[in-house]
Design a protein around this ligand. Structure first.
Ligand code: NCD
Length: 305
């Protein structure tokens, strides 16, 4: 198979296991490319890509831009704070105006869940969802699974615990879909108030005790509390949250086994993870960032084909 089954990458929910495997094998090749002295290939010459970011981002925006430049695409960037969105323009008008400048692919981050899906139905361009509210963040799900595969050589049967604010996390949802499609076992862990009620429909284990989750898993993916999406208090105090769900070196050492520690970033050091864990040999946080570029090159390359 050399083609994706989809025109757009809107979420992992909408792609197949074969799609994911094709993206991974393509990313393997691009990972070799970005580790060569000459990191650039001409694959997307004559393709124009617009990165539309309606929400803050560091890693994801830079990672997409680097991926595009390493494929030799022409790139335009747009962020909501400096655009006509603040003058009352609709999303479709904004994007159609950009497309009138002959853009082929739109990479979009947006605070509203479903924004990328909506756009894909109304504009003539390939859409890549770079995170839409608490819905999905497909390239993060892909790069996380790719990083586990790289570290452990497989995903089938691997036990992954996703720990923290599951309720507001698009990273958790995309990880769950991706890992389940590839045969991994998934557990979510956090306070009851931060575990969504629909989670049982996704066929994952639920655990509220972090130590038990850590004892069960091969990989722990630690998530940030998404304070910007919380309108009410979901736990009594940050101090109490840290006591129950903050991962430190002492807890890690007490496990008597090696587990892999992941984090999508941005890290809140001293909250969900302490510095000695984030910077330890167990952590693959920076490998995740490196793999992010290769995964995004693969996605853009396959969608443009
Ligand atoms: C995540 C995001 O924005 O969804 N970060 C990322 O893309 N690397 C997670 C987060 O914001 O906590």
């Amino acid at each position: 198979m050399t083609k994706l089954s989809v025109q757009h990458l809107l979420g992992i929910k909408y792609i197949t296991k074969n799609d994911i495997e094709l993206i991974f094998s393509t990313a393997d090749n691009f990972k070799d490319v970005i580790n060569r002295p000459i990191k650039k290939v001409p694959s997307l010459r004559d393709i124009t890509i617009a990165n539309l970011f309606f929400e803050n981002s560091t890693r994801t925006r830079l990672s997409f831009e680097l991926a595009e430049k390493r494929l030799s695409a022409d790139v335009v960037n747009f962020s909501a704070s400096s655009s006509s969105v603040s003058k009352g323009e609709t999303l479709i008008d904004t994007v159609n105006n950009i497309l009138a400048m002959k853009v082929d692919i739109v990479v979009m981050r947006h605070p509203k869940p479903g924004a990328a899906l909506f756009l894909s139905k109304h504009v003539k361009a390939k859409i890549v969802n770079a995170g839409d509210g608490a819905h999905e963040h497909p390239t993060q799900g892909l790069l996380d699974a790719f990083s586990i595969r790289e570290k452990l050589g497989k995903l089938k049967g691997v036990k992954v615990a996703i720990i923290g604010d599951i309720l507001h996390s698009r990273v958790a949802i995309s990880n769950i879909y991706c890992l389940k499609k590839l045969g991994a076992e998934v557990m979510v862990c956090g306070p009851t108030t931060l575990i969504p009620k629909y989670i049982s429909a996704l066929d994952v284990k639920v655990e509220h005790n972090m130590l038990k989750a850590l004892q069960w898993c091969d990989v722990a993916n630690m998530l940030r509390i998404q304070l910007e999406r919380q309108e009410i208090n979901y736990f009594p105090s940050l101090r109490e949250y840290i006591m129950m769900y903050g991962l430190n070196k002492q807890i890690l050492d007490s496990l008597n086994k090696e587990i892999i520690i992941m984090h999508p970033g941005p890290i809140n050091r001293g909250v969900e993870i302490t510095s000695d864990v984030a910077d330890s040999k167990h952590s693959v946080i920076l490998q995740q960032v490196e793999n992010g570029v290769a995964i995004r090159m693969a996605v853009l390359y396959l969608l443009a084909a």
